[in-house]
Design a protein around this ligand. Structure first.
Ligand SMILES: [Zn+2]
Length: 439
């Protein structure tokens, strides 16, 4: 029995003297100091030899299973007899349980790691390990430093993306009954878009100044390694990069470009319905029925689905004709983007671009023309995507994690802690070497 507990305990520096059964079914383990160094004076380092008295403390360690396990450490107090030492006496301490501390070092560290690496909330970890909320929060802050203060990994493609922290908050004004927004906080995330560095940093806000502020915290040598920056179609981010990283090539990925084309298609559908029918769309309208299929890729539709969508639409006259024109613009843009990393020549890309632009110009649909203008304004960045194929897909994945963390954020009282945690969760895979194997 005693041996079992010793094995279980595995706490360096103490040994088990005896084990007491408690009324409640738990056990109380009496410990004695088992480390010579414990009687070294903390002030001068000289080993003491004269006992002053004894003391007991009740350090807390991991909860073992369902039953309670209490630790009682019987330790000695020593006189320090070094004449030059200012310390007269001291109590024994060991690495795992420093003087004046009630929780073993390993329990404290494990509670922090649960939050940092295992996606546990502060409250969950505190409950599981029977610790207080502030204890776990402090442990988390300590072990997070390893990650935050670690050097940034070399990044060739930097992804910049915006994400909203938590949900938008609404509040009803008591006097007027009007609803107003109380929380609409946006964060900018910086991601290793090609490698395994995960989320590199996050700042509050999404202005040029916010991006530049983060960049200014990074070493110049690190910034010099960046070749490309992937962003969504945000003119703000593009402006920030031109200032902060003037030598990099900016890339916008196809996902956001296609999204823009799909938005255009929905706008055309709503406007033509309103103009032609003089009302909003109804479930019986063919264009309403086709509203989702219109946004799908041609290659994802069977010939049957394709025919079922277009036959009634075109039979309906003007609405169908307009939608078909807009839809071809979208598919023509997708064909252009599909040339990414196919090794297509400049001429092939140029031809596909010309086909898209002339189709839009001839379309005589305002939304289609607006799309063409936007694509033209972003052509340099789109062409860079077609050449490199770099995308912000990792940012999207990381944003999902951020939302997950935000949803579990009831343990985090402020944005700073939440950012730290998001960063730890998303970089976890990349820093397996930092983790130690423990319970
Ligand atoms: Zn001393």
């Amino acid at each position: 029995m005693v041996n079992d507990t010793t094995l279980l305990l595995d706490l360096d520096g103490v040994s088990v003297m005896r084990v007491e059964r408690l009324q409640c079914g738990g056990r109380r383990v009496h410990l004695a100091t088992a480390e010579e160094a414990a009687r070294a004076c903390p002030a001068c380092g000289v080993f003491a030899s004269r006992v002053k008295g004894s003391a007991t403390t009740r350090p807390r360690d991991f909860p073992y299973g369902e039953s309670r396990l209490e630790l009682v450490w019987h330790k000695r107090r020593w006189w320090c007899r070094e004449t030059a030492c200012p310390r007269r006496s001291f109590t024994e301490q060991i690495e795992q349980i420093p003087a004046g501390v009630r929780i073993t070092r390993r329990l404290r560290a494990a509670s922090g790691r649960r939050v940092r690496d295992s996606g546990s909330t502060v409250i969950q970890a505190a409950r599981d390990l029977r610790l207080s909320w502030p204890t776990v929060m402090n442990a988390f802050r300590t072990c997070v430093r390893e990650v935050v203060e670690a050097e940034l990994p070399d990044v060739e493609v930097l992804g910049i993306d915006e994400t909203r922290r938590g949900r938008t908050g609404w509040e009803q004004e008591p006097d007027t009954g009007k609803w107003k927004m109380t929380r609409d906080r946006w964060h900018t995330g910086f991601v290793d878009a090609l490698g395994t560095g995960g989320l590199l940093g996050q700042v509050e806000g999404r202005t040029v100044a916010d991006v530049l502020a983060w960049l200014s915290t990074t070493p110049l040598t690190w910034r010099k390694n960046i070749r490309h920056v992937a962003i969504d179609m945000s003119a703000t981010y593009r402006a920030a990069i031109r200032t902060g990283l003037p030598d990099v090539i900016v890339v916008v990925d196809h996902f956001h470009v296609v999204q823009l084309a799909n938005k255009m298609l929905s706008l055309v559908r709503r406007r033509t319905t309103a103009e032609t029918r003089g009302r909003r769309g109804r479930a019986t309208d063919p264009e309403w029925k086709a509203r989702r299929r219109l946004l799908r890729n041609r290659e994802d539709l069977t010939d049957d689905q394709f025919a079922t969508m277009w036959n009634p639409l075109l039979g309906d006259g003007k609405i169908g004709q307009t939608l078909l024109t807009a839809w071809i613009a979208k598919e023509s843009l997708r064909n252009l983007l599909a040339l990414a990393r196919t090794g297509a020549s400049r001429e092939q890309v140029g031809h596909a671009r010309w086909k898209f632009l002339t189709w839009c110009a001839d379309a005589n649909i305002p939304e289609v023309r607006t799309l063409a203008t936007t694509i033209d304004r972003w052509w340099t960045e789109i062409a860079a995507f077609i050449t490199t194929g770099h995308s912000n897909a990792k940012s999207e994945g990381i944003n999902r994690v951020i939302k997950l963390v935000a949803r579990n954020a009831f343990g985090f009282r402020n944005a700073e802690n939440q950012r730290l945690r998001t960063r730890c969760v998303t970089t976890r895979q990349a820093r397996g070497h930092l983790r130690t194997v423990q319970l």
